[in-house]
Design a protein around this ligand. Sequence first.
Ligand SMILES: Cc1cc2nc3c(=O)[nH]c(=O)nc-3n(C[C@H](O)[C@H](O)[C@H](O)COP(=O)(O)OP(=O)(O)OC[C@H]3O[C@@H](n4cnc5c(N)ncnc54)[C@H](O)[C@@H]3O)c2cc1C
Length: 509
Amino acid sequence: MAIMVDNYIVGSFFASLVGLVLLYFFRRNAMAETDKKSDHRRPGVDEIRNDCVRSSTNGEVRPGGGPETDVVIVGAGVAGAALAHTLGKDGRRVHVIERDLTEPDRIVGELLQPGGYLKLIELGLEDCVQEIDAQRVLGYALFKDGRNTRLSYPLENFHSDVAGRSFHNGRFIQRMREKAATLPNVRLEQGTVTSLLEENGTIKGVQYKNKVGQELRAYAPLTIVCDGCFSNLRRSLCNPKVDVPSCFVGLVLENCTLPFPNHGHVILADPSPILFYPISSSEVRCLVDVPGQKVPSIANGELAKYLKTMVAAIDKGNIRTMPNRSMPAAPYSTPGALLMGDAFNMRHPLTGGGMTVALSDIVVLRDLLKPLRNLHDAASLCIYLECFYTLRKPVASTINTLAGALYKVFCASPDQARKEMREACFDYLSLGGVCSTGPVALLSGLNPRPLSLVLHFFAVAIYGVGRLLLPFPSPKRLWIGARLILAEGVRQMFFPATVPAYYRAPSVQ
Ligand SMILES: Cc1cc2nc3c(=O)[nH]c(=O)nc-3n(C[C@H](O)[C@H](O)[C@H](O)COP(=O)(O)OP(=O)(O)OC[C@H]3O[C@@H](n4cnc5c(N)ncnc54)[C@H](O)[C@@H]3O)c2cc1C
């Protein structure tokens, strides 16, 4: 077995080299195409004046006298609250406008990967996972057809405190909001932003309704929109191509013990995966993936019935649902404004990468803006913001690509090539050593390097083909192997938009 594994790895390496060369040419062509298209699509100054952008000069007199604001942040969720504290700590005068300052109660953002925790430390926010009954997460356990395998995070080279953390999302957000609000130069206000204010193509601030319904305006040289996955404001700042491949149905299991304590549990079920992880010392979150954009109705009991028949889950308790959205980052470079968090970029939540990407983006932006003391220097600010989009890419695209690819591979399918790919992936991860730590380091954000992703991807594909062809390659097996690597592999991994997958829903929004 050891010799076989070594052969696969050596084979994978050479195949990866070939793959990389191919990929380089594919990507170059694809990017040239995209650039051409986005040049056509990019709206002019006048076109971005839609219903979420207004002119800021409708006879409006700007407030004078009061302290000026450097940055307006829309939304104080994971991204907005962390960003407010980060920029405030750097001496910026920050005005955060959040629709609802009470503790959120949601089924999202409950498992922070260790890579995200490292970012939290870099931002000085690690105490926000303390005193909320957060649980340490040390890796994943994967279950398939009665077999299981444990995938530990490669944490050996880190401080003993470094691990994943799982918690109630609302408690974590409240801790970050409170911490941001303790800074004298951060103003956290409850209000709903209704539009961005634009003047000669530059975003100058926002219009919002405060807690008592007054229409107000807030001005700043930089507006950062962090209004989450259902963002109403992003339309003028990016080209939102939102896909909803599935929904998560969330349940809480009380006082139940998971087979692997301090681990996320992923069941490769039919039709799609089910997740379990602790969110406090006495509660376990269960997320059941339901393919498609619609879940059976909760009101008429259809959902409870679905859970009982398809996943044998309990039929009492508070069932919640959320669409699983994915959206590539496709920003229009807009002077004076930036998108962050889910408003900017989303990926399937199977691998729990959203908060890690958001926190990583905040570190990139903080470091980038540090030398720029005067945000009123619009030309420089614009150049810095453009750099942000480039610098964030390696981490964000690695985590995003892996999330999409794993979701596809982990879904059950009657198609033989997809079945083989699912099996090969499970077995590859079960091999241990670099075959499990490599992919886990990628998805946990501990080593989110694109090259490592490409290498492991080809290693899995070649491992799958090797299993098919050994010891006797029949024509049928050769055909499945070719499909596995071409249709299920290269295309699906790197050009998902070209795959007519059964679960890909039409773009919404
Ligand atoms: C089902 C599901 C499970 C997930 N699980 C995980 C996980 O385990 N780990 C992980 O890392 N990621 C997970 N994610 C992704 C993660 O939740 C997001 O990446 C993260 O919450 C993004 O943070 P955000 O600040 O952009 O958005 P949010 O945290 O949603 O914050 C947006 C904020 O903006 C406010 N807002 C909205 N509109 C306005 C307005 N007009 N004016 C003022 N305020 C406004 C909202 O009230 C909210 O507070 C999951 C996602 C889903 C869908």
